[in-house]
Design a protein around this ligand. Structure first.
Ligand code: FMN
Length: 191
């Protein structure tokens, strides 16, 4: 056991509703992003992009994408629910959106490029939590929305949103959640 394996066995996500909005210094954002970019990537294709959402971009995306797109999909949406949707990105001061941007390749399957985008998400979660922040990887409905994908700079013909990692503060340590039973998920083959 060392500091890193100890941390990895204990880390836990804090859900967005339980986060508190705190300022995340530029230095920490930079550290998290450098960890994010350092993931396995077959062929070094960089098949992903990271869009850091902060400041006025949060209400702007709420007004131009979250609210109208939710309203269009839900004729009967109440004003309260529209306000909730519009304010989603105001729940923390910084959100990192990870786009899977696969590149055509004769040998490397798109699946592997998508896995690399998932690794970026997990490195963001791990790096942020290791710095003491609350962090959660969510997709929610707007990861599957083309207007959101385009607003984040993605190509709606080829790219997908792998997730949004909200980064904030926590007021208490999160409770442990149910974890898999080792015998259900581990399989050792040695002969
Ligand atoms: C691809 C992906 C998408 C997820 N989307 C959501 C979501 O939309 N809403 C949610 O509450 N949790 C979502 N989760 C789960 C959260 O990240 C959750 O907090 C996590 O499972 C907690 O696990 P941890 O404590 O081991 O980090 C998602 C997880 C993954 C991997």
């Amino acid at each position: 056991m060392n500091e890193i394996t100890d941390f990895l066995q204990k880390r836990r996500s804090v859900t967005v509703p339980r986060m508190v909005d705190i300022d995340v210094p530029e230095e920490d954002i930079s550290t998290i992003l450098h960890c994010a970019m350092r993931v396995p990537d077959h062929g070094a294709l960089n098949p992903w992009k990271i869009c850091v959402i902060s400041g006025d971009a949060r209400p702007r995306l709420g007004q131009t994408v979250l609210r109208p797109e939710f309203a269009e999909a839900h004729d009967d949406a109440s004003e309260d629910s529209l306000i909730f949707e519009e304010n989603r990105f105001l729940r923390t001061s910084v959100i990192m959106a990870v786009l899977s941007t696969p590149k055509p390749h004769p040998k490397i399957p798109v699946w592997e490029m998508e896995l690399s985008a998932g690794a970026v998400c997990m490195n963001i979660v791990t790096a942020a939590q290791s710095l003491g922040y609350a962090a959660q990887w969510v997709t929610e409905w707007y990861s599957y929305n083309d207007k959101m994908l385009a607003a984040l700079g993605g190509n709606t013909d080829t790219d997908r949103i792998a997730g949004f990692i909200y980064i904030g503060g926590k007021t208490e340590a999160p409770k442990e959640r149910r974890r898999p039973e080792a015998q259900d998920v581990l399989h050792f083959i040695s002969s």
